[in-house]
Design a protein around this ligand. Structure first.
Ligand code: SF4
Length: 328
């Protein structure tokens, strides 16, 4: 029997108020995340993919406790986060960490590398300086930097090196889960592959689970075991990574794949490009949220919202065309 998932999310919702204040009601609500459920297994890389504003980063931040959900349940290692006291959550939170998108703004320019990398240790206790320095040197070695870099400041490094420092910091408290939020999108293409390889190597070495957030389906396909595609705050397709290029079953996924320049002429020919812009999450369309942009839409699509249901084993889709055949 497989292990229980490391992370389980059920019915997660986040609506942000628009305007308003202490004495005035909000003018509306930004429906950033709507009823999202998934599980991340131990040692798994789980991808969250979608266009900007689809809610993927908000989901990642709710998992880390950086944003409070409007509704829903998050369980980490069998413990429901909502049921924990502040102190208990603080302890559990040390087993999760984040790698930020922007290696330029995510490192404090006034801190040395040693201080940045070992900061997570200070949340627990104040280890002696020599211990911190030794831990920092080991972490730098793991991410391909040198102990000689310990006393330098972030501005002395390139973007790729700064992201390595951010990764070393994420590893410092020996986390079980890392939320990697667009970890390579701010880097030069030539550096991206090196950082992705490092992230994958560290997963093996430390037995990590990842939530890998990206707008780039080709990166996520390469890194992840399973992928959830998000559109307007909800998951529209969830499947093993290998199924996406072979057999996308949601028109939005097919359109995302069409935007990826791949050397597979069949895939590009079969996948339609997307039309129009993403509708506002303040006033999302009724029925299927993708229907105003979908070339397959028919009458039912504008009236009823399709649930996310299994098409074949391990592959779920939220589309009324879901008959298990994939898109032609
Ligand atoms: Fe397109 Fe209808 Fe499927 Fe939505 S439910 S993706 S509109 S075919």
């Amino acid at each position: 029997m497989p292990d229980a998932p490391l992370l389980r999310i059920a019915g997660l919702v986040k609506h942000f108020p628009l305007g308003g204040g202490l004495l005035t009601a909000p003018r509306g609500w930004v429906q950033a995340v709507n009823d999202v459920s998934f599980a991340v297994h131990r040692g798994e890389s789980f991808g969250l993919v979608g266009e900007s504003g689809c809610g993927k980063t908000t989901v990642g931040r709710m998992v880390l406790g950086l944003i409070h959900p409007t509704r829903g349940r998050i369980e980490f290692d069998g413990q429901a986060i909502q049921d924990l006291s502040r102190r208990e959550f603080g302890r559990l939170r040390r087993r999760m960490h984040i790698i930020f998108q922007d290696p330029y703004s995510s490192l404090d320019p006034r801190m040395t590398v040693e201080r940045i990398v070992t900061e997570p240790l200070l949340a627990d206790r104040r280890p002696p300086r020599a211990e911190r320095r030794r831990a920092a040197a080991e972490l730098l070695d793991k991410v391909g930097l040198r102990a000689a870099d310990l006393d330098k400041y972030p501005h002395e490094f390139s973007g790729g090196q700064r992201q390595r420092i951010g990764i070393a910091r994420a590893l410092c408290a020996r986390p079980r889960l890392i939320v990697a939020d667009e970890p390579v999108s701010a880097l030069d293409v030539s550096i991206q592959a090196q950082v992705i390889n490092l992230i994958q190597d560290l997963q093996q070495e430390f037995g990590l689970s990842y939530i890998f957030i990206s707008h780039d389906l080709s990166v996520v396909e390469h890194v992840c075991n399973r992928i959830a595609v998000m559109y307007l705050g909800g998951i529209v397709e969830l499947a093993p990574a290998a199924n996406f290029s072979r057999c996308p079953r949601h028109p939005y996924t097919a359109a995302l794949l069409a935007a990826v320049p791949l050397p597979d002429p069949h895939r590009r020919a079969a996948a339609p490009a997307m039309e129009g812009d993403v509708p506002s999450p303040i006033d999302p369309p009724g029925g299927c949220p993708f229907h105003p942009r979908c070339r397959h839409a028919f009458e039912r699509c504008s009236k009823e919202k399709p649930p996310l249901v299994p098409a074949v084993e391990g592959h779920s889709v939220a589309c009324w065309l879901n008959d298990g055949r994939g898109l032609e």
